[in-house]
Design a protein around this ligand. Sequence first.
Ligand code: MD6
Ligand code: FE
Length: 214
Amino acid sequence: MSDLFAASMAGQHTHLAAQAGVLHGFALPFAEALLAGIDAALAAAPLRHLVTPGGHVMQVAMSNCGGFGWVSDRRGYRYDRLDPQTGQPWLAFPEGFLQLAGKAAAAAGFAGYVPDACLINRYAPGTRLSLHQDRDEDDRVAPIVSVSLGLPATFLFGGLARGDKPVRVPLLHGDVVVWGGVDRMRFHGVLPVMPGRHPQLGAQRINLTFRKVR
Ligand code: MD6
Ligand code: FE
């Protein structure tokens, strides 16, 4: 999708459901701070391909910053205050992260949002994320704030049952999806990322997902 199209959408809001929507271009003013923060977080806790409890290696490469990090291994999915790979705490939220998450949540109708976890997900071209619910958090009402950077992607936003047909939502660099409240447990996923090069990020899509775990 062209930069002109992205610019024409910036500032717009696409309604997805009662308590879910896309804030187009919302993260653009924060992009430089986010990219610097991602570099710092990944220097402390490098991206890795986690193994699912079922023994599959995940296509998306992951790391975390903030008070809790989402991890997976043969024992299950969980949040951990320490990176199991280094034994060290995840990097505290870099500058701009909490501000962006709070402002995006407020713009989507969730005032006072203070997340305690941020997954950093890297999608190489061809990488997909199958339909799932985010269900490892104690708080099942506070929103997920999901920030797209780099290559475009098609987000799948489904219903509360796995079989509900998802809508396809195009996401560009700087877009933020927010879902919470009655829509917090909706199934969602990402179609395979198409090959390409983004001017700032090259051949990858990076997604930040903020959550309130505790
Ligand atoms: C996205 N990501 O990349 C949405 N959920 O646009 C997710 O829903 C997600 O990337 C759990 C773990 C990793 C993810
Ligand atoms: Fe998810």
